[in-house]
Unconditional design. Structure first.
Length: 156
């Protein structure tokens, strides 16, 4: 995914312009503790509420994992993305069978979604905006949503 996305420490990500985050939402509060204020920066939530090593769903008491995650990064503009496909499909070639692999994203801030959609396109994927987190987050949440692991390709 480079040169558009680079791996780094939590501290490095917390100082950057945007911050993709992929770790179990139940561990995110510990990982994000002590970072500087988010102050309107974009944070990509790529979490799925799965507890390891047993691979069991986390108890969210009816909330979306992204709602919980957003409460851990106050002031951030959270966009849900990069969570519905298996990692080897996201990190591999975005072009498949003559088209571009589809990545879904959702968020409550139009400008943030536009920037994440642009990043998805720069990476060679076809982005599909699923609307606000209350709708899109529910569609892509794993387990429970109908879209996780759905490997779609856009042609043309």
């Amino acid at each position: 995914m480079s040169p558009h996305i680079q791996a780094g420490t939590i501290e490095q990500a917390g100082k950057g312009r945007g911050c993709p985050r992929r770790s179990p939402v139940v561990e995110a509060s510990q990982a994000l503790a002590g970072l500087p204020a988010w102050a309107g920066r974009i944070v990509i939530d790529a979490n799925n509420p799965i507890e390891g090593p047993l691979f069991k769903p986390a108890e969210l008491n009816g909330r979306l994992s992204t709602e919980i995650f957003a409460s851990l990064v106050p002031g951030a503009r959270v966009v849900k993305a990069f969570n519905h496909l298996q990692l080897h499909l996201i990190s591999g070639d975005p072009h498949a069978e003559g088209g571009s692999r589809v990545l879904f994203y959702s968020g409550d801030d139009a400008r943030s979604k536009a920037e994440v959609g642009s990043l998805i396109a720069k990476l060679g994927f076809a982005g599909i905006d699923l609307g606000p987190i209350s709708i899109g987050g529910r569609l892509v949440q794993f387990p429970g949503g109908p879209l996780p692991t759905l490997n779609l390709v856009k042609f043309g």
